[in-house]
Design a protein around this ligand. Structure first.
Ligand code: ADP
Ligand code: MG
Length: 411
């Protein structure tokens, strides 16, 4: 099925051709015609499956029709959990809407200067991409007129709930015209999403795209067992020198660890930088730009900062620390294998990570093979821990927290 068969107008088809898109992805094949027909949608599809275009294309299509009334505010509002994602969605809107006459994009995220945002909001624009927190401020200051809004999109709704945005979202939605189209996209549709959707969507059509087995094969997952922090650093160093590694994201548990590890990697000669929520927005943007342009080879990031990142050069995702949840694991490894490319996801685990690894394997319904690197074989094995004896404390996780410097062996 081609894009033109989906019912999109020529302006959009031209932009897709410019972007080099030849065929719609499965979620686009289903969601675009349903959205064009005017239905509210509840859509789940894995990361990297092309959800942005699935909601943006039919929404942009509506912009060719005159607005329902004369007003200045947005016709399309997209809410996203993080600033990085907002930027990505705004860029996509610009790309797909480049041949449309009236498709100006404004993005409102925390960390940007208010005067600049206020000026943008006073201009004429059609598409507003925002994170809920900052948007609330602007809504309450009365700077946004929603009276001509056609479409509300909730992107990565599961993540917005995880991040505690539910009340902000409800406050914003209460200010929107009731007569509108609402498109909710999420990596998963669980009970929480259903409850959120219940109040905001009108008789939604549910579209669930099962992950094709072929996709999983596109991201090769591996476990490497580490005896302790020194060993972990040696393994990381070796992985980062693999010749098939183009760019990598290394995930750490904390912002401090991200900074420290990025610094250590830089010191031994890797083009590395950190990305986390304590950095200024301008810094985060610059780091991402360097990553996109290939000036960085290694990004050391925390979960929130890297959520939704779409950088095609990422060949490897490395979990220096395992994530706190299985959902985060899936989101992390989804940073590689973008747009049909192959990727490698390597988790560095200690013997005490057994239960977390099993939980991930259950969740993804895949077992993750244990690999070894010649010369760096571990002494420990990943095995079910013996039952803990009373008074023994939490048991051997100490290496996880201790941080002798430098983290990467200097040569
Ligand atoms: P998701 O939101 O589902 O995680 P994205 O919308 O970020 O996925 O898309 C992932 C990547 O795939 C992006 O780089 C995007 O440009 C690309 N892409 C999306 N749709 C197509 C398509 N039909 N053909 C080729 N590339 C596509
Ligand atoms: Mg997305």
């Amino acid at each position: 099925m081609s894009f033109s068969a989906l019912g999109l107008n020529d302006f959009i088809l031209r932009a897709l051709a410019d972007a080099g898109y030849r065929l719609p992805t499965p979620v686009q094949q289903q969601a675009v015609p349903a959205a064009l027909a005017g239905r509210d949608l509840l859509v789940s599809s894995r990361t990297g499956s092309g959800k942005t275009a699935a909601f943006m294309l039919p929404s942009l299509h509506r912009l060719a029709e005159p607005a329902r009334r004369e007003a200045r505010g947005p016709r399309i509002l997209v809410l996203t959990p993080t600033r990085e994602l907002a930027r990505q969605v705004a860029d996509a809107a610009q790309k797909y809407g480049r041949h449309l006459r009236h498709a100006k994009v404004v993005s409102i995220v925390g960390g940007d200067a208010y005067p600049v945002q206020n000026r943008m909001l006073a201009s004429r624009y059609e598409i507003l991409v925002a994170t809920p927190g900052r948007l609330i401020d602007q809504v309450e200051s009365g700077r946004i007129d929603f009276s001509r809004l056609d479409v509300l999109v909730l992107d990565e709704a599961d993540r917005m709930l995880d991040m505690g945005f539910i009340e902000d979202i409800e406050t914003i939605v209460a200010r929107l015209p009731r007569e509108r189209q609402t498109l909710l996209f999420s990596a998963t549709l669980d009970g929480r999403i259903a409850r959120l959707a219940g109040g905001m969507l009108n008789d939604p059509q549910r579209i669930e795209i099962a992950p094709p087995p072929a996709h999983e094969a596109q991201i090769e997952q591996r476990l490497l067992v580490a005896d302790g922090l020194t060993h972990k650093n040696q393994l990381l160093d070796r992985i980062l020198r693999e010749t098939d590694l183009r760019q990598a994201i290394v995930f750490t548990a904390t912002k401090r660890d991200a900074d420290a590890l990025a610094g250590d990697l830089e010191q031994v000669g890797f083009a590395a930088a950190a990305l986390h929520g304590d950095m200024k927005q301008s810094q985060r943007n610059r780091t991402l730009e360097h990553l996109r342009r290939g000036r960085l080879r290694v990004l050391v990031a925390t979960d929130v900062a890297a959520r939704g990142l779409d950088v095609q050069g990422i060949s490897h995702v490395i979990n220096f620390d395992l994530p706190k949840s299985v959902e985060d694991y899936v989101h992390r490894i989804g940073r590689t294998g973008r747009a049909g490319q192959t990727g490698v996801a390597i988790s560095l685990v200690g013997r005490n990570d057994y239960h977390q690894v099993k939980a991930i394997e259950r969740y993804t319904r895949q077992s993750i093979p244990v690999h070894t690197i010649p010369g760096l074989e571990p002494k420990s094995v990943l095995a079910r821990p013996a039952p803990r004896k009373a008074g023994q404390g939490k048991g051997g996780r100490d290496w996880h927290n201790s941080r002798p410097a430098p983290r990467v062996r200097a040569r």
